[in-house]
Design a protein around this ligand. Structure first.
Ligand code: 5GP
Length: 191
């Protein structure tokens, strides 16, 4: 997505540990018009997958997921971070290792919201090692829900998450795929 690549080049800052900071339009301040077009791109990419729900993780996945849900006309669930006050009977739980904070945390999704879901699309802001996606995939497995695709706003292609998910057979679409950030940001081909 050319517009997204241009924003990354204009505003993105490469931090230590291969972290790309895009707080100006994605992770802190959000650009609703850009987010709207991101939702439309994902809706187009997954239009034939018969998706009946979108699943993401709070907090930075919510905006692109919501815009995609609006474009596709399906509800959006976000996995909540931290221990749930509900019992295991009420929620699915999965452990995720945070790339940016380098620690493990739990995510939970209420069982009742996945009861009527058959075909889900996973959305997130970034894909690095694939830990966040694995956490969501684990929840979908527990719930017996089919994952029909994975939509990522920014994939860091030099990290292994995307390759592993594609090798596992998932349709992974990233709107901007970064090939390297060593000497300036270089993109690989993306949507
Ligand atoms: P993964 O779980 O694939 O290793 O990392 C993806 C998750 O970590 C995303 O949910 C995102 O919040 C965070 N993340 C990973 N890499 C970056 C990055 O370079 N920049 C930002 N802002 N977040 C990242």
């Amino acid at each position: 997505m050319k517009e997204l690549q241009e924003r990354i080049l204009k505003e993105g800052k490469v931090l230590e540990g291969n972290v790309l900071k895009v707080d100006g339009f994605l992770n802190h301040r959000m650009d609703p018009a850009l987010m709207h077009r991101i939702g439309e791109e994902f809706a187009k990419a997954f239009q034939y997958e018969n998706i009946d729900c979108i699943l993401t993780i709070e907090s930075s996945g919510i905006a692109p997921a919501l815009c995609t849900g609006l474009a596709m006309g399906v509800p959006v669930i976000f996995a909540k971070k931290g221990k749930s006050a509900n019992t295991d009977k009420d929620v699915y739980v999965s452990t995720v290792h945070s790339y940016t904070k380098n620690k493990d945390y739990e995510v939970t999704v209420s069982r009742e919201y996945l009861l009527t879901v058959n075909r889900v699309l996973l959305i997130d802001d970034f894909l690095a090692n694939g830990e966040a996606m694995n956490g969501l995939l684990n929840i979908c497995k527990q719930a017996g829900v089919t994952v029909t695709g994975i939509g990522i706003v920014i994939e860091k292609g030099f990290q292994p998450g995307g390759r592993k998910l594609r090798e596992a057979g998932y349709k992974v679409i990233s709107l901007a795929k970064i090939g390297s950030m060593d000497h300036g940001i270089v993109f690989e081909e993306s949507v």
